[in-house]
Design a protein around this ligand. Structure first.
Ligand SMILES: Cc1ncc(C[n+]2csc(CCOP(=O)(O)OP(=O)(O)O)c2C)c(N)n1
Ligand SMILES: [Mg+2]
Length: 294
């Protein structure tokens, strides 16, 4: 191994470790918020924590003290119910105070259970009506390009949103307009409100669908930080070279990092008993420290 290769390997390992630490804190914050309500979309937050950390701790350009900074990259959460994970990432990024997470879903809180742009700093859109995020992202990416902005647009979608026709209209539009400044990331947790994705509406083969819509398409293990970061690097290189929208399809596991929750039935909206929260935190920390010490 040459000296340069050694330096590169060290940098990559450091980068993966540092973003993985952010993912651990995001999971921790999600448990804190879940406990305030005793239930909620905790499983999705744990599953998507690595994707959110990769974006907020490694990719996005933003100014924590000025969430409306004009040159910021835009992160659009289409799935309003994933707000719990997004708030955790905003706290990790310093855009909202960590202490505020204790108000999650409570009266007069800035952190409602479904993400709303008028309530929360850093929440670019009001999600919730599934299938609209990518349409907005296309308009934003086009607008930013017209303005000569270098800002990028990221849209976080769920696999349930692939059931929506509007998602595919937007995908077609992004390719038509050659939106190299747009990256979509899809959380393929194989779950929807009414059951498993392949029983509600089979969307596979997902990779081939995005490819046929003209997108630069990558599919990764969305709970593997090295794979995620490599995919973002590939997407950036592709955007610079070809000007084509990018999608990163991320296979994730609901409840990831907390074994007690990983195989829970009715995982879309979880009820977690009072005595289980401490165990969840202990399992999360034990799993993270076990991996970090290897
Ligand atoms: C347009 C629209 N149709 C239906 C719903 C009701 N709904 C809320 S969450 C959800 C499940 C969608 O799948 P996904 O986001 O993959 O669920 P998860 O992985 O969080 O279980 C549905 C159908 C909605 N919010 N918007
Ligand atoms: Mg899903």
């Amino acid at each position: 191994m040459t000296a340069t290769q050694e330096t590169m390997t060290a940098t990559t390992t450091e980068r993966v470790d540092s973003v993985s630490a952010a993912a651990y804190r995001i999971r921790h914050h999600a448990l804190t918020m879940g406990e305030v309500q005793g239930q909620g979309y905790v499983g999705q937050a744990l599953g998507a924590a690595d994707m959110l950390a990769a974006v907020y701790a490694d990719q996005l350009r933003f100014q924590a003290e000025d969430p409306h900074w004009e040159q910021r990259d835009r992160f659009l959460l289409s799935t309003g119910h994933y707000a719990i994970g997004h708030y955790a990432a905003l706290a990790e990024a310093g855009i909202i105070p960590v202490e505020e997470l204790d108000t999650y879903g409570s009266d007069d809180s800035r952190l409602p259970m479904s993400g709303m742009s008028t309530y929360t700093p850093g929440m670019e859109i009001s999600g919730g009506s599934l299938g609209h995020g990518l349409t907005i992202a296309v308009g934003m990416a086009l607008g930013l390009r017209h303005q000569g902005s270098r800002a990028r647009v990221y849209n976080f979608l769920s696999d349930g949103e692939l059931d929506e026709g509007s998602t595919w209209e937007a995908a077609m539009g992004a390719h038509h307009h050659q939106l190299g400044n747009l990256t979509a990331m899809v959380d393929i947790n194989a779950l929807q409100a009414d059951g498993k994705t392949d029983t509600v509406l089979r969307t596979e083969p997902v990779t081939e669908k995005w490819e046929s819509f003209g997108w630069y398409t990558q599919r990764v293990d969305g709970n593997n930080m090295a794979e995620l970061l490599q995919a973002f690097d590939n997407a950036a290189a592709q955007a610079a070279a070809v000007g084509r929208p990018s999608v990163i399809l991320c296979d994730t596991k609901v409840g990831r990092g907390v074994p007690l929750l990983e195989d829970r039935e009715k995982a879309h909206f979880m009820r977690i008993e009072e005595h289980e929260w401490q165990l969840c935190r202990e399992q999360l920390t034990a799993g993270y420290e076990g991996k970090a010490s290897r």
